[in-house]
Design a protein around this ligand. Sequence first.
Ligand code: SF4
Ligand code: SF4
Length: 475
Amino acid sequence: MHSIAHILVPEQTSVALNDCRLPVPVYAQAPTGTKDDLAIHRLRPHPLLTTLDLDDGEHVVAFVPSLSQVAVLNQAALALIQRLPLAEAAEAAEVYGALVRLVEMGLLVTTDNPALPCPAEPTTLVAWLHLTNACNLRCTYCYIEKNHEAMSLATAYQAIEASIAAARRYGYRELALKYAGGEPLLAFDTLVATHQYAQEQCAAAGLGLAATVLTNGTGLTAPRVARLRELGLDVTVSLDGAATSNDQQRPMCNGTGSTAAIMAGLERARAGGIHPTVALTITSTSLAGVPALVQWLLERDLPFTLSFARDHTCGRSHRDLLADEATLIEGMRTIYATVAANPPSWSLLGALLDRTDLSHAHGQACAAGSHYLVIDHHGRIAACQMAQHMPVADIYHEDPLGAIRHDERLPLGRHVDTKEGCRTCVWRYWCGGGCPLATLRATGRTDIQSPDCNIYKALYPDLLRLEGLRLLHQC
Ligand code: SF4
Ligand code: SF4
């Protein structure tokens, strides 16, 4: 047994925005305690402190569900926590550094009834720019009706201005842009000009700017990769399996498979100095093929996110694409086993369980309905990219974000504390209550827990243990 308390914590997540991911606050206040709390003789474990064994008692992963940071502790650190409150001043001096760290992470408190901190409000406004309806793929779960309509440059510039005006009106400190479609690389000139304009306008407005291109990756040619890199753009590529399952789920428009072309695009991006995030959508068709793709990505140290397919109302029903609960849980555990065998350099906490993010406390699963403008190629603004057929404003509206927040037809922006079933759930600030649109479509309500709730609850401990093993592997 080590006599020195040893504490490992994940680094800030490096996974880029995907279609629904909530930005990690730029000005994050990750620790939940402060050194001011450090009255050593009154320190004790947080009443909800939980530990999970990692390696037959040598190390545990420790956390306060949805309130603290996640840490790996060795036996000495765990024994220190179990001895609290400390009586001996001399001993307290010896372990002072470890105690400070544990307080800062929110694992120790000075009272039996610590107040539950409400997650901080996001400081980033997210705007989705739907650059084109055109796409060279025909994914089975896609919600876009394909044609060749595209956003004009004048509309794109006005969309940037409207987003910046909304960010200033509501006091956001950063704008996060998602260039999407359709396939946005089919509107490459518009994308480049729009992003240059966004850079100029955000700088003039004193706003931070982050941006990602959501692409199927087939159009990542070497010159485009070089241009995207020059512009400082993140790239998120959709890919659902290593071979057959992705080819079935995401054929090219001529009916042939897309997997080889997407993988070639990813390799060109890497060769050009861009490290794309790969977004995997899990369906009953793709589930069995995911571990092989995950293995391929891990070998290249490419970060990835795992999301469950959503049912939507556009076109034919896609319910047959959604895997049942037990199958999904078992399949996810198989994927996690693949990750455990070759753990990556990046934190898994915000990437491997649908819309949940265990890296920081947040009040909603996504920005929709509160901190999000989805702007289509005509300049119409909706609350979510999957609800573009229900616009509530346009880029000339005086207060489009206010219109979205007050839209009673689609109340997507409910805080998790207001949701039936979620209010008392210990996981709520890591979960946010799930995709509100999926909940609405499954239940007719958004003030209730996610239809994927049982899956999340079953897999939280698996994901926490997996992150703990990854941290141990790194040290
Ligand atoms: S959806 Fe389920 S896991 Fe998530 S906060 Fe609500 S009750 Fe908790
Ligand atoms: S409502 Fe659902 S689909 Fe829309 S952004 Fe949120 S998580 Fe994504």
